[in-house]
Design a binder for this molecule. Structure first.
Ligand SMILES: Cc1cc2nc3c(=O)[nH]c(=O)nc-3n(C[C@H](O)[C@H](O)[C@H](O)COP(=O)(O)OP(=O)(O)OC[C@H]3O[C@@H](n4cnc5c(N)ncnc54)[C@H](O)[C@@H]3O)c2cc1C
Length: 326
């Protein structure tokens, strides 16, 4: 699938702080008709990082509004700077954004639904909660946060869902027990999930253990958090004698392409698998940050998604680009 992007000019109308480190932005395109968009939609925003244009995606909060698009951005500290760029914007700032697009297919004909959000992963789940509440579905939302004070949109969600909003706040000792939650769900329940990678991995395993089909767990990922710290690593290119350094602020895909070893790519979020390249040797450890490969494929370390995945140490890859064939 190609991720087609149409860029449109827009203005930042207002900002609002929702929780420590989470800020809401109301963005209105110049030509805005307030048309409905599918649940789970996001927009891309053109940001500037180190003087270079980059793109960051943000889920739309809630359903369409005549005032514009609402997004909420968590200020990421261990970061290349996309969220910091957003945070320094003041009302009136001009922005380039894409039209809403959704990567999550929701089947509205189920009898039972379950919503799960971890931290900033609440953003795409709010629209789903509204859509289901409007349809009269008796849905619970499990919202996992470090502390209650870190939970954005708590008042809105309490107003919408009442005691069907279950906050699992770490500082109150209330951890979300995915195994018992999933065991309690009737077969045929559709679960919509958005949260960090580790939580998604835990959810996928618990979902399978509870005997639900994996296709009934629909999830949105916010990309590239991984399990190892983001640090510099080295990539050797098989048969070329070339060794490249991948600094912490750049992806392996960018460094390979900038060095003339062209790797085709598309989504750049670890979802489409187009940039997967063969791994020949690992002297260290690979941190697979994609959602394209299965657990088994990740364990085998035979391929790596160059757009988001990283490593510790040195890995040897085969880009299949042959110097003598150029
Ligand atoms: C569909 C979609 C919807 C999203 N919705 C939201 C939303 O509603 N709210 C929100 O706050 N964010 C959302 N995001 C995430 C958002 O697009 C940005 O990734 C986020 O703002 C962080 O950007 P950054 O440049 O500050 O951090 P990044 O530099 O992108 O860092 C983010 C994470 O990536 C790791 N990282 C750092 N450097 C690298 C590197 N060189 N290569 C790979 N990984 C690295 C870091 O360890 C960090 O954990 C969404 C993402 C997607 C794909």
């Amino acid at each position: 699938m190609r991720f087609v992007e149409t860029w449109i000019p827009a203005t930042l109308v207002s900002t609002r702080d929702l929780a420590p480190g989470i800020r809401e932005f109301l963005i209105r395109p110049d030509q805005y008709d307030g048309a409905a968009y599918p649940v789970g939609s996001h927009i891309n925003v053109s940001v500037t990082i180190g003087g270079q244009p980059e793109t960051r995606s943000y889920s739309l909060v809630g359903e369409a509004s005549p005032r514009g698009f609402r997004i909420a951005v968590r200020r990421a500290e261990d970061s290349r700077g996309g969220s910091r760029y957003m945070w320094q914007l003041a009302p009136g700032a001009r922005l380039d954004i894409t039209r809403p697009a959704s990567l999550v297919a929701v089947d509205w004909a189920r009898e039972n639904y379950c919503l799960i959000a971890g931290g900033i992963g609440i953003t795409p789940i709010i629209g789903a909660a509204h859509a289901l509440a409007r349809r009269g579905v008796d849905v619970a939302l499990h919202y996992a946060v470090r502390g209650r004070a870190d939970a954005a949109y708590l008042d809105d969600l309490t107003g919408l869902l009442g005691d069907r909003l279950v906050v699992h706040a770490g500082d109150e000792g209330k951890r979300l027990d995915l195994d018992s939650l999933f065991a309690s769900l009737p077969k045929g329940t559709l679960t919509l999930f958005c949260g960090p990678m580790r939580m998604l991995d835990a959810a996928r395993h618990a979902w399978i253990r509870a005997g639900h089909p994996l296709s009934d767990l629909r999830y949105e990922t916010f990309g590239s958090s991984g399990t190892l710290p983001t640090e510099t690593f080295r990539v050797r290119l098989k048969g070329s004698g070339v060794e490249l350094e991948i600094p912490r602020e750049r992806s392996m895909l960018d460094v390979l392409n900038a060095s003339g070893f062209e790797v085709i790519s598309d989504c750049k979020r670890g979802e489409c698998g187009l940039c997967a390249i063969d791994v020949v040797a690992v002297d260290g450890e690979i941190d697979h940050r994609d959602v394209f490969f299965s657990d088994h494929q990740k364990q085998s370390n035979e391929k790596i998604c160059a757009c988001v995945s990283r490593a510790r140490g040195t890995i040897t890859v085969d880009t299949l680009l042959r110097a003598d064939a150029i």
